[in-house]
Design a protein around this ligand. Structure first.
Ligand code: FAD
Ligand code: DHB
Length: 392
């Protein structure tokens, strides 16, 4: 098969890129190793920056998001049994965030793509990218039991952290920066209305907890657990007891409990690969960088990479010029490092450090007290959380 842009990975990055290219009249093919059902049910992100919502609208993929997404004006921080509201519009000149599950974004994009878009192949696993530094890179992939070749002008690796695209960048030209955080998150979905109107980030004595939501009747909650924890290690009753303890405040508030319908454990890692382009291969989203989920930045970064790459590829298609593509890695990495810093700081401020001492705990509380006491400190959190400006 032959195409202009070969996209590896049908997660949010790959599917959105395909949609933006389709609207810019650039043809492409998406190869996704899993089944449609699998990618539509993979529970992950839920918090969208304003710029992410705007980009999905530009892609013509925001009808259901506008109808069902929940616009939030802030978050709540809890520590030392107190609650503190961080008011985003007041601190940022009117910015908000939207809660809409990644599963729903993926479903919306797949439906559009299958209705009128360029080819999207499920159960098509890329094996390798070859000739990244030539004029005709190609992707070798397995589909329906046969090895096939996709010849392209450009390849974009949107194949997540465990994908193959990154491997096509020689070690001699690439460099990785990584930090593994010494804890994990146990995430649950529960059939119970959220116990709060806003997302709650809690620093409990025994660790972090996050209360999020998926709809007025479904809650999404996360709990800091030790590295190596398996979901079956935690019975439902124990999860609810621990969540209730970590969210506890000296006010009249109860965590409502309900049936748990999904449970999974996520490691916490910060990782950046530089550069994000080698020859005719570009990396976007988790294929190039991973952040711990505390700042809710992973999906949002994937969307901003894709926005930049779609514009650069469309400009090349209409003018033959590569100036924007030449700047792709540098432009994306500037934003990636800011999100990496913010996610790292949020993570360190809110989690119990397994090797931490009493001094570290006082530092965490001093940071939280500063945010709740100073409008400047709160505005800095709000600016990062709602999303730093998208590159033009
Ligand atoms: P992925 O979603 O990983 O998609 C990659 C795709 O490539 C997959 O479909 C995979 O099957 C496919 N693939 C892999 N290898 C191959 C191959 N060889 N050939 C073909 N296809 C392949 N981010 C936020 O912004 N906000 C949040 O609130 C948030 N919360 C999170 C909570 C949790 C618990 C977790 C785990 C993550 C969270 N994130 C959040 C991060 C976010 O989910 C990811 O950053 C996002 O999924 C990245 O999208 P992607 O398309 O780059 O990668
Ligand atoms: C969600 C996940 C996050 O990591 C976060 O910081 C906020 C919300 C979520 O899944 O809803």
């Amino acid at each position: 098969m032959r195409t202009t842009v070969g996209i590896i990975g049908g997660g949010p990055a790959g599917l959105l890129l395909a949609r933006l290219l389709y609207r810019a009249d650039v043809d492409c093919v998406v190869l996704e190793s899993r089944t449609r059902d699998y990618v539509e049910h993979r529970q992950r992100a839920g918090m969208l920056e304003q710029g992410t919502v705007d980009t999905l609208r530009e892609a013509g993929a925001a009808d259901r998001l506008h109808a069902e997404g929940m616009v939030h004006n802030g978050i709540e921080l809890r520590f030392e049994r107190e609650r503190h509201h961080i008011d985003f519009p007041a601190l940022t000149g009117g910015r908000t965030v939207t809660i809409y599950a990644q599963t729903e974004i993926v479903r919306d994009l797949i439906a559009l793509q299958l209705a009128d878009g360029p080819p999207l192949l499920f159960e098509a696993r890329a094996l390798a990218v070859e000739g990244a530094d030539s004029a005709r890179p190609l992707v070798r992939y397995l589909h329906a039991g046969r090895e096939e070749t996709l010849t392209c002008d450009w390849v974009v690796g949107c194949d997540g952290f465990h994908g193959v695209a990154r491997e096509a960048i020689p070690a001699s030209v690439g460099r990785t920066y990584a930090h593994d955080h010494p804890y994990a998150w146990l995430g649950i979905l529960a059939e119970v209305p959220p116990s709060c109107e806003e997302l709650v980030y809690a620093r409990g004595e025994h660790g972090f907890a996050l209360h999020s939501m998926r709809s007025p009747s479904v809650s999404r909650l996360y709990l800091q657990v030790p590295v190596g924890t398996a979901p079956k290690d935690w019975l439902d009753e124990r999860i609810w007891d621990e969540l209730a303890a970590r969210f506890a405040i000296d006010a009249d508030w109860t965590l409502e409990r309900g049936p748990i319908t999904a449970k999974s454990v996520t490691p916490m890692r910060s990782y950046v690969h530089e550069p994000m382009r080698h020859g005719r291969l570009l990396l976007a989203g988790d294929a190039a960088h991973i952040v711990p989920p505390t700042g809710a930045k992973g999906l949002n970064l994937a969307v901003s990479d894709v926005r930049v790459s779609s514009r650069a590829l469309a400009a090349w298609r209409s003018t033959g010029e590569t100036q924007l593509i030449d700047r792709y890695s540098q432009v994306c990495l500037a934003r990636v490092w800011q999100a990496t810093r913010f996610s790292y700081d949020m993570t360190r401020m809110l989690h119990a450090q397994p090797d931490g001492d009493a001094f570290d705990q006082r530092m965490q509380l001093a940071r939280l007290r500063r945010i709740t006491a100073s409008r400047h400190a709160a505005a800095e959190l709000a600016a990062n959380y709602t999303g730093l400006p998208l590159p033009e």
